[in-house]
Design a protein around this ligand. Structure first.
Ligand code: SAH
Ligand code: SF4
Length: 387
């Protein structure tokens, strides 16, 4: 098939209900049938995960043929898969081109299996416009926001690859949770590449598709959007699709946070915490997660742990301590284990759950903050050695 032909036939996999309706309208389907036809397609694409129109048995043969002529069910392409010794998988995905000038953006997506759950860490942008000094993604210039289809496409690829649709087989080369009713992907975190709140509209639409009970069926309590602190968008997120919220705090004083998370100069800690107190839907049952990366000698003192506890008074919070994950040329080191434990104890004794996030997939640069694609150079990414 020529490139032009591929461009003309766009994929329906990853669209919202209303986009799906528009696609059917464009095909000339009468208005009175749009709802019913959209529901049929929705079931096959999102509940069953089928990859060809021919399998859609309750759709007439003529319509299946017309759909096949006009559209595809293509998913982002897995350009490279790396499987860590701990079962974490990192996929480098190439998105189908959005127009004739687009060469197909590349992004990374990470799957983290545990015994009772499987978490997919999705990207919301190619690169990031923000430059947090400890984050590898921040060194990649932003190419563009991902579309809703491209965000949902990451979950579809994962479910496809992990046999996580009805009547499929789970892979045996790694730890993928299995058992009656246990989904391989049970949780989503928007903690991959990019700042989700700078792509709010598409992220919200993607959350709605992922949470739709007739399709992908993930509970919104199992979908977490992480932000470096785009204050005006936090309220919109809560009032809109309302997923769980995570805040990348990383420092308890504005002077240090200005340095680590430069966005803090625009939205300082006080304003950020106020937005958290006001987050619609936050409660003791739905706590906000505060992420705190442990940087040796930078933000890891006992005094800072005590200040963190003081700052979070009145916010329904969980604190997630993240050992710093190194990347080539990083200007920081990870705090010593004893220092992390001391910090964690102070937070714990003040009544907060303070799990230390076990670094997963470090050997394949799949851990937090280690994601970066080379889309800006428009070529497949060279493998980077971590040590
Ligand atoms: N842009 C969003 C979401 C992506 S980053 C945000 O900043 O929240 C996901 C998490 O990984 C954030 O908490 C981020 O601060 C953290 N992170 C970034 N680089 C890291 C690194 N090298 N080691 C550990 N955590 C890191
Ligand atoms: Fe962007 Fe988040 Fe990385 Fe900061 S930590 S550079 S906001 S991806």
């Amino acid at each position: 098939m020529t490139e032009t032909a591929t461009l003309e036939r766009t994929s329906l996999a990853g669209l919202t209900r209303s986009e799906l309706g528009d696609a059917l309208r464009a095909l000339g389907i009468p208005e009175r049938e749009i709802r019913m036809r959209s529901s049929q397609l929705w079931h096959w694409i999102y509940f069953r995960g089928v990859r060809d129109f021919g399998s859609m048995l309750n759709v007439s043969k003529t319509l299946r043929e017309r759909l096949d002529e006009a559209f595809t069910l293509d998913l982002p392409e897995i350009v490279e898969e790396q499987v860590s010794t701990d079962g974490t998988r990192k996929w480098l995905l190439r998105m189908p081109p959005v127009d004739a000038h687009d060469k197909g953006a590349e992004i990374e997506c990470v799957y983290i299996p545990e015994s009772d759950r499987g978490t997919l860490c999705v990207s919301s942008q190619v690169g990031c416009t923000l430059n947090c000094t400890f984050c590898y993604t921040g060194t990649q210039r932003l190419v563009r926001n991902l579309t809703t289809r491209e965000i949902v496409g990451q979950l579809l690829v994962a479910r496809q690859k992990l046999g996580d649709f009805p009547d499929r087989k789970r892979p045996t080369d790694g730890l993928v949770p299995s058992g009656e009713g246990v989904r391989a992907v049970s949780n989503i975190v928007f903690m991959g590449m990019g700042e989700p709140l700078y792509n709010l509209e598409n992220v919200e639409a993607a959350v709605d598709v992922m949470a739709d009970g007739d399709g992908l069926s993930l509970s919104k309590r199992r979908i977490t959007v992480s932000t470096s602190g785009v204050v005006p968008q936090i309220e919109k997120l809560g009032a809109g699709c309302g997923p769980m919220l995570a805040i990348s705090l990383h420092a308890v004083r504005d002077d240090l946070r200005n340095e680590l998370v430069p966005l803090n100069r625009k939205y300082p800690i006080g304003e950020l915490l106020q937005a958290c107190r006001d987050y619609p839907g936050a409660s003791n049952a739905r706590r906000i997660t505060f992420e705190y990366v442990m940087l040796k000698g930078v933000n890891d003192s006992a005094a800072e742990a005590r200040e963190l506890v003081r700052l979070l008074k009145g916010v329904p919070a969980k604190i997630n301590l993240i050992p710093f994950n190194p990347w080539p040329g990083a200007p920081y080191e990870c705090s010593d284990w004893e220092t992390i434990e001391r910090f964690s104890d102070i937070v714990f004794n003040a009544g907060y759950a303070s799990p230390v996030r076990t670094p997963r997939g470090r050997d394949i640069l799949a851990a937090c903050g280690q994601l970066k694609s080379e889309t800006e150079k428009l070529r497949a990414r060279a493998r980077l050695a971590v040590e």
